[in-house]
Write a protein that binds this ligand. Structure first.
Ligand SMILES: [Zn+2]
Length: 512
């Protein structure tokens, strides 16, 4: 613990999922990322090496625990917070300093939101729009807007918008949200037109609301993830590096050529607003879980047309929908067990007209409210097969639609920028590991490092005077027991994680 009276700098971890130096450097040189360039110039920068598989859930959890996935237990997107077997840095801070104020904004696997923290807005694998405190729920509702079965009534939008304004959303941001919502409803644009607009909005909303939350609360520790760069890089890389792809037309190049850069500029403005809230006494880390590069070949992903399915079944106003990879998660809004069993029966009854084979795999979540569905592997069902369900027949090609093209893929090297009162100035520290961040953040908060952590303290990034006053200390472990707990029950393994990511499809890059 800290000696009484000694001041421990605050800590802010800003995650930019998928950020890559090869995109950032030229933009910085052109002066287009002023905040990130300034942070790098005033602090240290490095290449943050990730590990295989380059999957965000594993890597972000390693970043927050300092431990390899074998120890923290997260294997894929379908896990929930309860599957995490290691303490994350905010758990340690909370345990060591019960009075510390902690806020989490869209960090992965923070659902269900933990009570007792200053605020938690869960990340995109959340199963419902719950937040702590509850009045922040509108942030998740905005994220959900446009998903099948969300409330599309105008009054609902007005209500969500009003709550946004009260809690710090700027009128200009709200106006843009409204324009995108209108654009989506009236013109029914393609995914390529819509996707980047939504990701740019996400950065604006975080810039408004997360920065205000931090300004009001004076947090001791905060962590966040902005997922926009990852989604954008998966979908728009071919326009960013059109020379590597054969099929980019001059029109597409003009129209989408700047989308990747635009998203980085939006992220930079967001970081700028966060910096204004926390002031210079905070140690700040900006990190990505991996970088990006062109995918060897583009591929198109087919996806269940959830909107049509729910409409035909007549249940589009009864469930929350969330999509992770090829799995769709339905969560009854105010459902009873009886209602769920009814719904499950309905879904299991959907079959190919001719072969009578089931169309969907149906999984039950262990929480009594959720159902996971995914189209079964199609084995030869003849030409143009039809699907039979309650409410009539639908052709397969209407129910499985081409959704998004993937042209960018993860690269092992991400970015690291650190700046703050306890951080060295002007150094390039070369290649370090995602596992090093938690041990380093602990030292920067004058907390002991767990010997069971897999990373090292990046002492080369820390100001020598700070290290002299706060020498690195160790504990064997912060875990309750040195022995790993019981393996989660099999049902837990199959537990479907839901997300309100919806049409973002941002996880697609992980299936390669
Ligand atoms: Zn990705």
């Amino acid at each position: 613990m800290t000696a009484p009276g000694s001041k421990v700098p605050r800590m802010l971890l800003i995650g930019l999922d998928g950020a890559d130096w090869r995109v950032m450097k030229p933009l910085m040189e052109k002066g287009q990322l002023p905040t990130l360039a300034r942070l790098a110039a005033e602090g240290v920068r490095g290449d943050l090496l990730s590990f295989e598989p380059l999957a965000s859930p594993l890597v972000w959890t390693s970043i927050a625990t300092g431990k390899v996935p074998e120890k923290h237990g997260i294997k894929d997107f379908f896990a929930t917070q309860s599957a995490i077997k290691a303490k994350r840095i905010w758990d340690i801070v909370r345990q060591q300093r019960p009075e510390a104020k902690i806020g989490l904004y869209k960090y992965l696997f923070t659902w269900p939101p933990e009570r007792g923290l200053a605020f938690v807005v869960p990340g995109w694998t959340a199963r419902s729009p719950e937040t702590v405190p509850a009045h922040l729920r509108f942030i998740k509702e905005i994220e959900m807007a446009g998903l099948p079965s969300t409330n599309t009534a105008l009054m609902h939008y007005l209500d969500v918008g009003l709550r946004g304004l009260i809690h710090g959303m700027r009128v200009s941001t709200l106006t843009r949200c409204a324009l995108v919502a209108l654009y989506q409803r009236l013109l029914k644009p393609s995914n390529v037109e819509l996707h980047y607009r939504k990701q740019l909005l996400e950065a604006l909303i975080a810039g408004d609301i997360y920065s205000r939350l931090m300004r009001k609360q004076r947090l001791d520790f905060s962590a966040s993830i902005y997922a926009g760069l990852d989604g954008i890089s998966h979908h728009y890389w071919k326009y960013y590096e059109p020379h590597l792809f054969r099929d980019v037309s001059p029109r597409e190049k003009r129209r989408y050529g700047d989308v990747v850069a635009r998203c980085y500029r939006a992220a930079d403005r967001m970081v700028g607003r966060l910096m204004q809230s926390v002031g210079r006494e905070t140690n700040v880390i900006v990190a990505s879980d991996h970088g990006f590069r062109a995918s060897k070949d583009c591929w198109m992903k087919r996806q269940l047309n959830v909107g049509l399915l729910l409409q035909r079944l007549g249940i589009d106003d009864r469930v929350y929908v969330s999509i992770i990879l090829d799995k769709v998660h339905l969560r009854l809004r105010a459902g009873s067990r009886a209602e769920r069993s009814e719904l499950v029966e309905m879904l299991r009854g959907i079959e190919y007209r001719d072969s009578r084979e089931s169309f969907l795999e149906v999984d039950l979540g262990s929480d009594d409210a959720s159902i996971g569905i995914r189209p079964r592997q199609i084995v030869d069902q003849g030409d143009n097969p039809s699907i039979r369900m309650l409410g009539g027949e639908v052709r397969l090609q209407e129910l499985l639609i081409e959704k998004a093209e993937i042209s960018g893929t993860h690269d092992p090297t991400g970015i690291l920028i650190m700046r703050g009162p306890a951080v060295n100035r002007g150094a390039d520290i070369g290649v370090v590991s995602v596992l090093d961040l938690t041990p380093t953040m602990l030292v920067l908060m004058n907390l002991a490092v767990g010997r069971d952590m897999d990373g090292r303290v990046l002492s080369e990034t820390i100001e020598p005077e700070f290290l002299r006053r706060h020498p690195i200390r160790y504990v064997d472990s912060y875990e309750e027991s040195a022995h790993p707990g019981p393996e989660p029950a099999e049902i837990e393994e199959r537990l479907v994680a839901e997300s309100i990511v919806g049409e973002r499809l941002r996880g697609l890059g992980y299936i390669e």
